[in-house]
Design a protein around this ligand. Structure first.
Ligand code: GDP
Length: 204
């Protein structure tokens, strides 16, 4: 997919106030500092569409961007940041679960995972939640430039083995680096193909 336009639409913490156009939507989420802002900028060929976080856990909003005037990219707040208080954690969970449970045009979530780390309970639990809620998701491994190819293969393999302990099949997954611009085409093609399938179903 060629990115012709990428524009910020709105930020809010209330799913009811999200944009009304019935466009397919893809939501990006992961632990703070996983590289989400960098990935969104890399995918859209923009330097600062998503803000590279100043302080982790600060951007607690649902951010909508419209891409090529035909799909929404959603930047969700990073989860699992220790400095956020318990009350704001609860509030956070509520508006995120509201988003996932009420946003009808959400096609798929992408859970971002830092390739360098072993599978973390918080990420696995979040995927479990998505699965139980019937929300399709893919995994985006970030920062692959930080590992040598062999170590990267091993980490991906270990991650997949961990997932296969609870999942019957693996979700689609993508290997990316924002600093080296790796994986842009794969993620965008996946979105484009999915959008085409939705369009074909609509026309049938
Ligand atoms: P966010 O909190 O998930 O939005 O993460 P950011 O995009 O702000 O990135 C967190 C930190 O990781 C920043 O210092 C980035 O420069 C760094 N980072 C993000 N993506 C990559 C990557 O692909 N490779 C490397 N080496 N560093 C990255």
């Amino acid at each position: 997919m060629k990115i012709k336009s990428a524009d910020f639409v709105v930020s809010n913490s209330d799913v009811a106030k999200c944009p009304k156009q019935p466009l397919p939507e893809y939501a990006f989420i992961g632990r703070s500092n996983v590289g989400k802002s960098s990935l969104i900028n890399m995918l859209t060929n923009r330097k600062s569409l998503a803000k590279i976080s100043g302080r982790p856990g600060k951007t607690q909003l649902i951010n909508h961007f419209i891409i090529n005037n035909n799909w929404f990219l959603v930047d969700l707040p990073g989860y699992g940041y220790a400095r956020v208080s318990k009350t704001s954690k609860k509030k956070f969970q509520k508006f995120i679960t509201n988003y996932f449970e009420q946003r009808t045009q959400l096609v798929s979530a992408f859970v971002l995972v830092d390739i360098r780390h072993k599978p973390q309970p918080i990420d696995l639990e979040f995927m479990q939640y998505l699965g139980e809620s019937g929300i399709p998701f893919g995994i985006i491994f970030t920062k692959v430039d930080k590992l040598k190819p062999k170590a990267m293969d091993r980490h991906v393999q270990e991650y997949c083995e961990e997932l296969l302990k609870t999942w019957e099949e693996l979700p689609p997954y993508f290997i990316t680096s924002s600093s080296k611009k790796i994986g842009q085409e794969e993620v965008l093609s996946f979105i484009e193909e999915t959008n085409n399938e939705i369009e074909a179903l609509r026309n049938n």
